[in-house]
Design a protein around this ligand. Structure first.
Ligand SMILES: CC(C)(COP(=O)(O)OP(=O)(O)OC[C@H]1O[C@@H](n2cnc3c(N)ncnc32)[C@H](O)[C@@H]1OP(=O)(O)O)[C@@H](O)C(=O)NCCC(=O)NCCS
Length: 187
């Protein structure tokens, strides 16, 4: 069954939600969003300036923060957090034109999928190359470039992203750090 998303009238004016989008129950979508041909689970929150393309799927209770791009072939399982300005990729060797010099069409390229498993979090500004799986409960650091599969409950960061440490599977949530508890930048 397809449900109407919860949103205010002013938000509705600036959204493009194509009729072929399958929306779950209790979905909240903010303004300036563009969704087409995708599947969105129940109780999902989608921030401003998010685009979700055809063939992408979002599980239940996911949070997608503003300015994020979720392309065709991306599959988020339940309870995934996606930070701001996260970029997914589905074409490893993109070209504008084919051998004849014509603009490439839908038939001219191969979409490579990416999966983010249940409860994983993707930090703001991260880029995920295609064909990777981010394992259950893993955390991808802000600004990381993910080039390989991320093991379940791993914390990864950097370009290319490397494992910093492993989380306790029983209690994957970490206590919040304050700015004061951070190390100083060395010269
Ligand atoms: C990856 C992350 C979870 C690590 O947190 P942490 O375990 O507390 O890590 P620490 O701060 O102890 O840092 C450990 C090391 O990793 C480095 N590091 C931490 N985060 C990093 C990142 N995003 N990119 C590159 N390196 C990072 C630190 O500089 C430190 O290196 P050092 O040992 O050489 O000094 C966190 O830094 C992060 O990026 N979280 C994502 C936050 C986010 O995007 N939220 C979105 C909503 S606002």
């Amino acid at each position: 069954m397809i449900w109407a998303p919860r949103m205010s009238h002013s938000n509705k004016l600036h959204q493009q939600i194509a009729p072929d989008v399958k929306l779950g129950k209790g979905v909240r979508i903010f303004g300036f969003t563009n969704l087409y041909g995708c599947k969105i689970g129940d109780d999902v929150k989608i921030g401003t300036f998010v685009e979700i393309q055809k063939g992408a799927s979002i599980g239940n209770r996911c949070k997608i923060s503003s300015h994020t791009f979720i392309c065709e072939g991306v599959h988020l399982e339940d309870e995934v957090f996606v930070g701001h300005n996260v970029t997914f990729i589905n074409d490893l060797y993109p070209r504008a034109t084919n051998a004849e010099g014509q603009l490439k069409s839908e038939a001219d390229w191969q979409c490579i999928s990416t999966r983010v498993e249940q409860g994983a979090s993707i930090g703001s500004g991260a880029t995920l190359l295609c064909g990777v799986t981010v394992g259950k409960g893993a955390v991808v650091g802000a600004g990381s470039v993910v080039t390989r599969d991320v093991p379940a409950f791993a914390v990864v960061a950097g370009n290319p992203a490397r494992v910093l440490r492993m989380l306790n599977e029983e209690r994957a949530e970490q206590p919040a750090k304050t700015a004061r508890s951070r190390k100083q930048v060395s010269s």
